[in-house]
Structures are given as C-alpha cells and as structure tokens.
Design a protein around this ligand. Structure first.
Ligand SMILES: NC(=O)c1ccc[n+]([C@@H]2O[C@H](COP(=O)([O-])OP(=O)(O)OC[C@H]3O[C@@H](n4cnc5c(N)ncnc54)[C@H](OP(=O)(O)O)[C@@H]3O)[C@@H](O)[C@H]2O)c1
Length: 286
C-alpha cells in the first residue's frame, strides 16, 4: 500500500481507528476524517506512537453537508488523488434530531453524508489506478424497507429502526453505484461490510458518557475493533478483488444480504432521490 492515499471517516475511535492503524501499517498514507478536533488529535497522537506510520487529520462532520463539501474540496486541493475511501463513521442516534440542513441525524451521518462525500470524491478515485469505496453497513440493514415516503422518520421514530434503515440505504447505494460504475467501464469498485458485533463506544452518549458501562460489558462479550476492522482493510487492499463490486462482505467473505437490499429498482430510486437531496447533478450520467 506504499504511496496510496486512503480516507477513513470516523477514524478517531472504534473500528475507524483500528482500520486506520492497520492500513498505515501496510504503508498507506491515511487521512483521518474526524468531526471533533480534540478527539481527532488525541487519536492521532496515539496512532503515531508506532514508527513509520503516516497520517493526516482533516475535519469532517457528516451531519453537515457544507462540511462534507468543504472536506472534499480541501482534500482534492491537498492530495489530488485518492486510492480508497472507507465510509466508516456512524451513529446509533438516541432521539430524533435534525441536522443543519433539516435531515434526520442518523440518516444523514450514516448514509446521506457518506453518499455526498463519495460522489464528490469519485473523480479522484477514478484518477487512481483502481479506486475502492467501502461502505460500512451492518446486519441491521435487514430490519426493514426503505421509507421513500418518510426518509427523515417524521413518523414512528425508533433509534434501532432509524439505524437499520440508514444501513439499508448504504447497501442500496453500494448496489446502484456498482452498476453505474460498471456500465461506464470504470475500474472503481464499491463494496459494503458488516464488521461483526464489535465492542466499541457506539452505544455511549458522547455528551455525558452515559452507557459507558454497556461498552465495558461489550468488551467481555464481543469482537475487538482490531478484529472487526479486518474486512474493511481487506476490501481496501486485496488484489484479487480488483473486479469485485456491489457485494456485501462479512469476515472477508461475500455474504447474502436482505431481499430488499438486492432490489435494483429501489437502489436506483434512492440514488436519484439522494442526488436531489444533496443538490447534485449526476456525475455518472452518460
Ligand atoms: N460496533 C459494532 O458492533 C458495529 C456493527 C455493525 C456496524 N457498525 C458500524 O461501524 C461503524 C463504526 O462504528 P463503531 O462501532 O466503531 O462506533 P464508534 O466507536 O462510536 O465510532 C464511530 C465514529 O464515527 C464518528 N462520527 C459520529 N458522528 C459523526 C459525524 N457527524 N461526522 C463524522 N464522524 C462522526 C465518531 O466520532 P466521535 O468520536 O466524534 O463521536 C467515531 O469516530 C459505524 O458505521 C457503525 O454503524 C458497528
């Protein structure tokens, strides 16, 4: 991976931090895309404790589409190339909250922000030899259908339903984008991941540290972040995957996903709706 440039979103904690460490140990320059300067800097100094690693830290708040646009522009200006984008950041929201642009927070952080980031960085991925996109999904994608009539959960909000819905959107985006890239002969691939059930701070309330005890209990029962990160790293690096795209992986193997997540009509519809929500023209329109 020497000479390769990789972005990992949400790289200051849990799976993102472990993914960043493993990729840099393979020789890549890893850009840590983090929303909090303080948490990003703390992670950076921890990650830099190992000799030979190369990181950069850049601000990215996926709940704010203006921040996503600023990040993409700053990254393009600074690096001019991108070999892999790991769309790792995610939340398990507590209450229904709206973002600056009026989207439901879980939908925006877990899916729409990553959608916009990916679309803005596609030209840089296409410029590199074989650009790769990794979408962090979850087994929770199978918990429901896409709510085309209520993407922002104005009715019946439930944190788990909103989380599962956002992950289904990530998988549908993976399907739609893979088809569109294939159709235009692009060498860029996109695949989705379920990392396993991993003991991280995803359950902890960042504002007041509530549920820290749940995270501690998880450590006894579930996978470590280092183990969970392996599939994302595999998808970013493995040379036998050059032509594998639009798949769902768990433990470095292709896995079946829910029937709804295989629905290409829904995938294309969500893609079109997402472009509109982001105010983007389709960069892949032939
Ligand atoms: N843990 C599991 O069992 C599991 C299972 C399936 C899928 N996943 C997925 O794996 C991914 C990583 O989760 P994790 O378990 O490692 O959780 P985590 O330890 O809570 O890490 C989540 C990361 O996302 C960042 N983030 C949150 N909101 C953000 C925003 N608005 N903009 C940019 N970054 C933001 C967090 O930053 P802060 O530190 O600033 O909050 C943190 O760096 C998520 O997509 C999650 O859904 C996890």
């Amino acid at each position: 991976m020497k000479g390769k440039v990789i972005i990992v979103t949400g790289a200051n904690a849990g799976l993102g931090k472990a993914t960043a460490a493993q990729l840099s140990d393979l020789g890549a320059t890893v850009v840590l895309a983090c929303r909090s300067k303080a948490r990003g800097e703390a992670a950076l100094s921890e990650l830099m404790c190992v000799d030979g690693r190369c990181f950069d830290l850049m601000p990215l708040d996926l709940s704010d589409l203006d921040s996503v646009r600023s990040f993409a522009a700053a990254f393009a200006e600074k690096y001019g190339r991108l070999d892999a984008l790991i769309n790792n950041a995610g939340i398990l929201g507590r209450h229904r909250e709206l973002t600056r642009q009026g989207f439901e927070l879980t939908f925006c952080v877990n899916y729409l922000g990553a959608f916009l980031l990916t679309m803005l960085l596609l030209p840089l991925l296409e410029k590199s030899g074989q650009g790769r996109i990794v979408m962090m999904a979850s087994v929770a994608h199978g918990w429901g259908d896409v709510r085309f009539d209520d993407l922002n959960f104005t009715r019946g909000y439930n944190r788990f339903a909103a989380y599962g819905h956002s992950k289904l959107c990530c998988l549908l985006f993976t399907r739609a984008l893979a088809e569109k890239l294939r159709a235009r002969g692009s060498r860029v691939t996109v695949n989705a991941v379920h990392p396993g059930i991993v003991a991280t701070d995803i359950v902890v309330n960042r504002a007041n540290d509530r549920f820290r005890w749940v995270a501690s209990l998880m450590k006894v029962l579930f996978m470590t972040s280092d183990e969970g990160a392996k599939t994302s790293v595999y998808l970013a690096c493995e040379s036998t995957l050059d032509h594998v795209s639009g798949e769902y992986f768990y433990r470095c193997k292709i896995e079946p996903s829910s029937t709804e997540s295989e629905n290409l009509a829904s995938a294309n519809r969500l893609y079109d709706v997402s472009l509109k929500l982001c105010g983007l023209d389709d960069p892949l329109k032939s």
